[in-house]
Design a protein around this ligand. Structure first.
Ligand code: ADE
Ligand code: ZN
Length: 351
């Protein structure tokens, strides 16, 4: 491991955009299938991993929804959440905010109680065993109807205090945020923070709708905002966080090469950019690999990497008291590693 790799892996960081059902490592996928008496199209972890070649978001979603079938029981939800959190902890993540989309599972007969108990139980264990800060976000599918999304909101109300935000993912083109304006209004009226996938494959107009019609607290991806300079200025003025997922964008061919990724341009416009994993096994990388891929493509300095990590802590859905404590861990780490970067590290502590 190089010095910079070790530095990045050890940085106390966030993962604010990841999907539990997109975090099933291939061997766990096979084990869960066997446990539930299901036959997958692949017999080995290598064969399954080899299938992770995507043409676009939809080709990924087809496989992702197929993979969802192995999550059936409370124990399954517990095990996959626990595995992700252990891996994220090893990756230096101190604050993880996890999406789960209940519709894939409740439609096949898994009770919402089983899903929530499994996930929340594993999150509690990660707090206890790893000292991690973790939060759960409920996401709905944009290819389904708005009344179905509102029904999810009704279903999860008994766990209101365990849910940090409501979001939405799925195939973007043809399903603008405006289609879900009433749903997001209902979520906000019930006191939830909100976030929405926008501007991943869709246009800048979808990011604008997310901001102006849905009034979300964060935008997941958001890359396409660059197509609208006024919107970029508005996002920067509001310090609206973007949860960017570079390896996801590369593997889903949102960009042809990492060098073409807009990360640095977004940063140069003063946007509140954070770096996240989305669906780590499918895209071959957790947060560290995402940061290192950006470093390789753009020659990010240690200061810029620390800036991205600090942005994540600043965008996390935590109390201000907890944020101060998390930021203090980052500051202490940076101070302890300042010499590793010589004169270039002088600015590392600057906020
Ligand atoms: N669900 C899981 N990953 C997603 C992505 N990258 N875009 C939209 N929905 C998703
Ligand atoms: Zn996502």
């Amino acid at each position: 491991m190089t010095d910079i790799e070790a530095f990045v892996r050890g940085l106390p960081k966030t993962d604010l955009h990841m999907h539990i059902e997109g975090s099933i490592e291939p061997q766990l996928m096979l084990d869960l299938a066997a446990r539930n008496g299901l036959k997958l199209r692949w017999d080995t972890a290598e064969a399954l991993r080899g299938a992770y070649q995507f043409q676009n978001l939809q080709s990924f979603l087809d496989l992702y929804f197929e993979g969802c079938k192995v999550l059936v029981t409370e124990r399954d939800f517990h095990d996959v959440t626990r595995a992700y959190l252990r891996r994220a902890h090893e990756d230096g993540v101190i604050r993880a905010e996890l999406f789960i989309g209940p519709q894939s599972f409740t439609e096949r007969g898994t009770p919402i109680e089983a899903l929530m108990s499994g996930v929340l139980g594993a999150m509690q264990e990660a707090r206890r065993e790893h000292g991690m800060s973790v939060g759960l976000m409920i996401s709905v599918h944009r290819h389904r109807t708005e009344p179905e999304a509102v029904a999810v909101l009704d279903q999860v109300m008994p766990w209101k205090d365990d849910i940090i935000a409501i979001g939405m993912g799925g195939a973007e083109i043809g399903t603008p945020p405006s289609k879900f304006a009433r749903f997001f209004r209902a979520a906000r009226d019930r006191g939830f923070r909100t976030t929405v996938h926008a501007g991943e494959e869709g246009p800048a107009a979808y990011v604008r709708e997310a901001l102006e019609l849905l009034h979300v607290d964060r935008i997941d991806h958001g890359n396409a905002c660059l197509g609208d300079p006024d919107l970029v200025r508005e996002l920067a003025a509001r310090r609206a966080p973007l949860t960017v997922c570079p390896l996801s964008n590369l593997r889903l061919r949102v960009v042809p090469r990492m060098q073409d990724h807009p990360l640095k341009v977004l940063m140069a416009h003063g946007l509140h950019v954070t770096v996240n994993s989305d669906d780590p096994p499918y895209f071959d990388g957790y947060v560290t690999e995402n940061l290192l891929a950006c470093r390789d493509a753009f020659g990010l300095s240690p200061e810029e990497i620390v800036r991205l990590v600090r942005n994540g802590l600043e965008a996390a859905f935590v109390t201000e008291e907890e944020r101060r404590a998390l930021l203090a861990r980052l500051d202490a780490y940076v101070a302890a590693h300042a010499d590793a970067f010589g004169a270039a590290s002088v600015g590392l502590l600057a906020t």
